[in-house]
Write a protein that binds this ligand. Structure first.
Ligand code: GLN
Length: 452
């Protein structure tokens, strides 16, 4: 779909202005019900007009890209879905935004999200909850709720989100999209307002695999601004998605499957894996991921501590308003929890213990990837909650990410593709690959896409 749209834009059969205008009209009419945008870029049409005058067209020419509100876009409201930053108009572009603009992509707006990316359902924004456009009585998933909902509702071509423990993959699953969490270090985090700096990655949403592959190819790579980015060559994922890879081995893990609360999800996934392995003649192998059961307990102390530390700058002097006086319940819980864990009297004990378990989980994956090329698992242990049934127990909310958090802890790349519906609600499947094997990952995703 994106490839076709780009052909039209590149050939001039569709102008950037026409593309952007049609989205803006649709947003004006329909986003009231979805609440995916916090701010629509009021200069977008003008920017498109300017682009249409250009002779040499960039690789994202005229495409509308929606951006999660924790990624800085110069002049736009980078609120993180919080009252704390509800007056923060970013003075600069994040690295990823610079790259998108260089390739003539147009930022169509800033998207709704769980406050400071701390959530799984898209309900905790200061700007109100986001609705799921493909299952209106269900949550869209979070925290990148607006980024997912806007692609699903056809309010933009592609979008950016961030994923610390599942915030791209969960809403991608609930909204029926492709969602990519790149390897840790693949994409510059410069200009991303962090939830947990040792786990955060910016990633992408799209309707088709090609769209995600193209956008990731553009935003990936080494940046002087982010010391964790690597020089690893960035392949042309979007060009190579249908390169044939033969002789691959699929990993499946009982340790993962045991955590799935809704057995219908497992059945659907197993059915897909069977179809997939038969069609492409891939072997299946069981892998032992003993420690993934501890992922949720390992993740939260790390996030609490890093979030506490990174929010010390929100004291109301330089940016926005004092966070403790303006944030919601979950954000406050993390700040207070992080403050407690960081106390000198604990001598870093909890943080260090979490780091040690993080390593065990990473080792599990490293060993598994000696036997298999990629691992398949569910994305979320159950269907998205009904909007009328709010999750109030934090432990229940945290358990939402049991399948997604392990890849953030291990630094792997991981992704989601839709495989069908249960009770008419979209269900995704997760493809996890070793670090920096995005090319392989897109290849596998494309093969799932071709099964449909
Ligand atoms: N739901 C997880 C959390 O609340 C993940 C969030 C994310 O990936 N940004 O921390």
């Amino acid at each position: 779909m994106i490839q076709e749209k780009l052909r039209l834009l590149q050939s001039g059969k569709l102008t950037a202005e026409q593309n952007i205008k049609s989205f803006i009209d649709k947003i004006k009419k329909q986003d009231k019900n979805i609440n995916s945008f916090i701010e629509v870029n009021k200069n977008a049409v003008q920017e498109a007009k300017e682009l249409d005058k250009k002779k040499k067209k960039g690789r994202l020419f005229g495409l509308a890209i929606a951006v999660k509100s924790n990624i800085c876009v110069k002049g736009l409201l980078t609120s993180c879905g919080s009252k704390t930053l509800s007056n923060f108009y970013s003075p600069y572009d994040a690295d990823v935004i610079k790259k998108i603009k260089q390739e003539d992509g147009i930022i169509i707006g800033m998207m709704n999200m769980d406050e400071f990316a701390a959530g799984s359902t898209g309900e905790s924004s200061f700007y109100g909850p986001t609705k799921n456009p493909v299952a209106l009585d269900r949550v869209p998933g979070g925290s990148s709720s607006g980024s997912a909902a806007s692609v699903a509702a056809d309010f933009c071509d592609l979008s950016l989100g961030s994923d610390t423990g599942g915030s791209i993959r969960t809403p991608a699953s609930h909204c029926g999209l492709v969602g990519i969490k790149p390897s840790y270090g693949r994409v510059s985090r410069y200009g991303l307002i962090d939830l947990s700096m040792s786990l955060d990655q910016i990633g992408v949403f799209s309707k088709d695999v090609y769209g995600s592959a193209l956008l990731l190819n553009i935003i990936a790579g080494r940046s002087e601004n982010d010391p964790i980015t690597f020089d690893n060559e960035v392949e042309d994922y979007h060009i190579e998605i249908d390169k044939v890879s033969s002789d691959l081995t699929i990993g499946i893990s009982k340790n993962f499957n045991d955590l799935c609360q809704d057995k219908r999800i497992l059945e659907l996934i197993n059915k897909k894996i069977d179809e997939f392995s038969k069609k492409y003649k891939y072997q299946k192998k069981e892998v032992d991921l003993e420690y993934v059961k501890l992922a949720v307990q390992t993740y939260y102390p790390l996030v609490y501590v890093e979030f506490f530390s990174s929010t010390r700058k929100f004291d109301g002097r330089k940016y926005g308003f004092k966070i403790e006086e303006n944030c919601g319940e979950e954000v406050l819980r993390r700040i207070l929890g992080g403050k407690e864990i960081s106390k000198a009297e604990h001598k870093g004990r909890y943080y260090r213990q979490a780091l040690a378990t993080k390593n065990l989980i990473k080792n599990d994956f490293d060993n598994a990837f000696k036997k298999v090329d990629f691992i398949i698992s569910p994305v979320v242990p159950k269907l998205p909650n009904k909007t009328t049934k709010k999750i109030t127990d934090p432990k229940e909310m945290y358990a939402y990410d049991a399948f997604t958090i392990p890849s953030n802890l291990a630094g792997n790349c991981a992704s989601v593709i839709n495989i069908g519906r249960i009770e008419n609600v979209p269900v995704g499947l997760q493809v996890i690959c070793p670090s920096f094997k995005e090319s392989l990952m897109f290849n596998v995703l494309h093969k799932f896409e071709m099964l449909k």
